[in-house]
Design a protein. Structure first.
Length: 278
C-alpha cells in the first residue's frame, strides 16, 4: 500500500485501481501499448474456463425426460439466445447463436467478480507478493475494447462472407449517399460514403466497449467507496457499510446481467447488419 501507516481514502482507491501489469509498477501513462495488464488477462481466461465448464457440465447432464433445474435453466437460456439470434440475423445462425450465448455467459461471469469483497483477492495477492491487482476484467477498458474489436472483425467477416468481397467494398463507397455516373460526383460521393462508413464502424466499436466498461467501472468504484465507509472505526459506519454494500450488491446483480444482455444483443445487431445489403 502507500506506506506503513493506514492509507488515506484517495490512496486506497488509487491503489485498488492499479493493475498488475508487465511493468511491475502502476502504469503512469494513460496509453502505453508496451504494457499488458496481467490481472485482466488472467481473470478473463479463468472466467472463460469456468464458462466452458458450466456449459460442458450442462451438456453432460442432459437426459431424456424432465430436466433438472440446472439443465432446465441452461436449456431455457440457450433457447432464448437462439430465438434472439434468429429474429435479428437474417441468415445462417449455426455459428452466430453459440457466439452470442458465449459472449453473454462469459461477460456475466466476468462482471460477477465485482460481487466479491473488494479487498479479498487483492489481499491474497499481497500475501503472495503481488502489490497490485484488479479483479474485474470488464472494468478495464483494454478488456472491453478487445471484446468490441472482436465484434468489429466478425461484422466485417460476415459482411464479406455474405455479400462477397467486391460487393462489400462497393457498399463502402456507395452507401449511404449513393453514387453517380459523373466521375467527379462519384469521387466526391465515394469519399463521403467511405468516411461515413469508417466513422460508423469506429463509433460502434468504441461505444460497445465504453458502455460495458463505464457501467462496470462505476460499480467497482461504488464498492470501493462503500468499503471505505465500512472501514470507519464506528459501529454505525460498519453497519451502514454492510447495509449499503448489501443493497448495492443486490442491485448490481441486475446491472451485471443487463450489461451482458446488452452486449450480446448489440453483437447480434451488428452482425445482423452485416447480412443486410444497402
Amino acid at each position: 500500500m502507500a506506506g506503513a501507516s493506514a492509507p488515506t481514502s484517495s490512496e486506497y482507491i488509487v491503489h485498488h485501481l492499479a493493475h498488475l501489469n508487465t511493468s511491475g509498477a502502476a502504469q503512469k501513462d494513460i496509453i502505453d501499448f508496451s504494457i499488458i495488464n496481467i490481472d485482466t488477462v488472467f481473470y478473463s481466461v479463468l472466467m472463460a474456463v469456468v464458462t466452458g465448464w458450466i456449459m460442458y457440465r450442462a451438456a453432460q447432464r442432459i437426459t431424456p425426460g424432465v430436466p433438472g433445474r440446472f439443465v432446465g435453466a441452461i436449456e431455457s437460456l440457450v433457447e432464448f439466445v437462439h430465438e434472439q439470434a434468429r429474429s435479428i440475423v437474417k441468415g445462417d445462425i449455426s455459428n452466430i447463436a453459440p457466439l452470442a450465448l458465449t459472449s453473454f455467459v462469459w461477460i456475466v461471469m466476468m462482471n460477477a467478480l465485482d460481487l466479491l469483497p473488494v479487498d479479498l483477492l487483492p489481499r491474497i495477492g499481497e500475501m503472495l507478493g503481488l502489490h497490485y491487482m484488479r479483479v474485474v476484467p470488464t472494468a478495464d477498458l483494454n478488456g472491453t475494447l478487445s471484446l468490441a474489436i472482436v465484434v468489429l472483425v466478425l461484422s466485417i467477416y460476415y459482411g464479406i462472407k455474405v455479400k462477397g468481397f467486391g460487393h462489400f467494398l462497393h457498399e463502402l463507397v456507395s452507401a449511404p449517399f449513393g453514387t453517380s455516373r459523373n466521375p467527379v460526383f462519384a469521387i466526391i460521393l465515394g469519399s463521403a460514403n467511405l468516411a461515413m462508413q469508417l466513422i460508423e464502424y469506429v463509433a460502434k466499436t468504441v461505444s460497445l466497449g465504453m458502455r460495458l466498461f463505464g457501467n462496470m467501472f462505476a460499480g467497482e468504484l461504488v464498492f470501493m467507496l462503500i468499503a471505505l465507509l465500512g472501514a470507519t472505526a464506528t459501529w454505525w459506519g460498519a453497519g451502514l457499510g454492510f447495509l449499503t454494500g448489501l443493497g448495492w450488491a443486490i442491485f448490481h446483480i441486475l446491472i451485471i446481467t443487463l450489461q451482458g444482455f446488452i452486449f450480446m444483443m448489440l453483437t447480434l445487431v451488428y452482425i445482423g447488419q452485416a447480412h443486410e445489403a444497402h
